[in-house]
Design a protein around this ligand. Structure first.
Ligand code: ADP
Length: 454
């Protein structure tokens, strides 16, 4: 549990809450204590001065201390203090508590701090008499509640209980919130586990916003990619097996027929056998090339090349097949094209693959055009034909492995369905892009870009 995110959040929040409340508690209780003490000191001083003034007034009007017990008692009740009045030699004149005997000497016990120092009172004829006033706390049930100490204690108690209540509420809230915050992560982890077990259709459903949502989206798109890749892998294995099976069973058929004497091992039979073996060999070569390209391990030898020359040569080498099929091939090049930085063999292969497809999918009377033009930092080369075209629903898939629009016909032309996939990888290895446009029955145009020498 201690490694759970919600628990860690809870601990982190709890620490923050404890530190905050503790600091507030300490700060408030300290400063409140000091304030109360200061206030109490002022109040005490004021009380002494006021009592002194009252006693002075009493002595002046009476000319003696007669009746002073009443004054002292009254003040004591009002102020909640014990008041003892003595003469200079500490002989008791009055005691608000009436415990001390008038006329006896008072032995004050410390702490009677600011009180007890002598002060003068005057009689009617301004005769000065020095007296002492002792004022000390006189706790009684009602007054205790308001004494500074009790006030301080009460404040501390309120702070403590308030702090504990706030901490309890904050902890409950933290618990709920941290569970809520960590639950999407838990959901992600659970989905990741199911994905790991092989159920690639798993996706996370999160209504959260912000980073968690972004994480969920990234996770889902990763799951989509994984599922697609897994599907591609399965398809690849199935396709490779399927592609190998046909020529292999053909070869097997020929061999069995020869062994059983059904067929003669003459030139025609051997040619057919050779054709099937060549098909197999081409398929294996292309697969190997594709796997290298997909792993990014194609070793490209970049060189400065004249693209015009490259195109002209390719066109010349395809001329016989084009003529043989009753088609024409034209080359459309600008006067000047910059040199390109390419692996000559690989781009030649691209050009040949595209020309091979154009020748294979264009009928008698068709026109094939190879063109090139400068496009910013790139040279764009295109191979267009006026052939059968590609249905719109197949167009997005033609660069995928083993994808053939018409499987039965493609086999007849010897196509493995890997040509365009390899072509695309070769162009991409040069940093370029390849695109296909096509209209069914009208023709197709394949164009790719290669980098200009910088
Ligand atoms: P293949 O080796 O079978 O030709 P490719 O990968 O080269 O495989 O091409 C994939 C599919 O795209 C082909 O089977 C074909 O149906 C279609 N295709 C490619 N080029 C053309 C084109 N110029 N005209 C019509 N269809 C084409």
């Amino acid at each position: 549990m201690i490694h759970r995110l919600w628990f860690r959040l809870l601990i982190a929040f709890a620490l923050v809450i404890a530190v905050t409340i503790g600091t507030v508690y300490l700060f408030v209780s300290r400063s409140m204590g000091a304030e109360i003490e200061r206030y109490e000191e002022i109040r005490e001083r004021f009380h002494i001065v006021e009592t002194q003034a009252m006693l002075s007034a009493h002595y002046m009007t009476r000319g003696s201390w007669e009746g002073v017990q009443y004054v002292v008692g009254n003040r004591s009740v009002v102020s909640g203090t014990r008041i003892i009045l003595t003469d200079f030699f500490r002989v008791v004149i009055a005691d608000s508590k009436e415990e001390l005997v008038v006329g006896e000497t008072y032995q004050p016990e410390p702490p009677d701090r600011p009180t007890g120092s002598p002060f003068p009172v005057f009689s009617e004829d301004w005769e000065e008499v020095m007296v002492r006033l002792y004022i000390g706390p006189e706790p009684s049930a009602g007054e205790e509640a308001t004494s500074p100490q009790t006030l301080r204690e009460a404040i501390n108690r309120f702070l403590l209980w308030g702090g504990l209540l706030a901490a309890a509420i904050a902890l409950v809230l933290t618990f709920v919130l941290s569970r809520r915050m960590s639950s999407p992560i838990g959901a992600l982890a659970a989905t990741a586990r199911r994905l790991g077990r092989g159920d690639l259709s798993q996706r996370v459903q999160l209504r959260d916003r912000g980073e968690v949502r972004e994480l969920a989206q990234a996770f889902n798109s990763m799951a989509v990619d994984l599922e697609r890749l897994e599907q591609l892998r399965r398809n690849l294995v199935a396709d490779v097996a399927h592609e190998l099976r046909t020529p292999l069973s053909n070869i097997q058929g020929y061999v069995e027929a020869i062994r059983d004497g059904v067929m003669k091992p003459d030139g025609a039979t051997l040619d057919s056998l050779n054709e099937e073996a060549a098909l197999l060999s081409r398929l294996v070569d292309e697969l190997q090339e594709l796997s290298l390209a997909e792993a990014g391990e194609l070793k490209l030898v970049y060189q400065e090349e004249d693209v015009t020359e490259l195109i002209r040569r390719a066109a010349v080498s395809w001329q016989p097949q084009v003529v043989a099929k009753g088609m024409s091939l034209s080359v459309d090049l600008p006067d000047k094209l910059p040199s390109v930085n390419i692996d000559w063999q690989r781009i030649n292969q691209v050009l040949h693959n595209l020309l091979e497809n154009a020748v294979a999918h264009t009928g008698k009377g068709g026109i094939i055009t190879v063109a090139a033009a400068e496009r910013g930092a790139w040279v764009e080369i295109s191979v267009s034909d006026t052939g059968e075209g590609i249905p719109a629903q197949d167009l997005p898939n033609i660069f995928e492995r083993f994808y053939r629009v018409d499987r039965s016909r493609a086999r007849a032309t010897g196509g493995s369905g890997l040509g365009l996939t390899i072509t695309k990888r070769l162009v991409e290895a040069h940093g370029g892009k390849i695109e296909a446009q096509s209209k069914l029955g009208k023709g197709s145009r394949f164009s790719f870009t290669i980098p200009i020498l910088s």
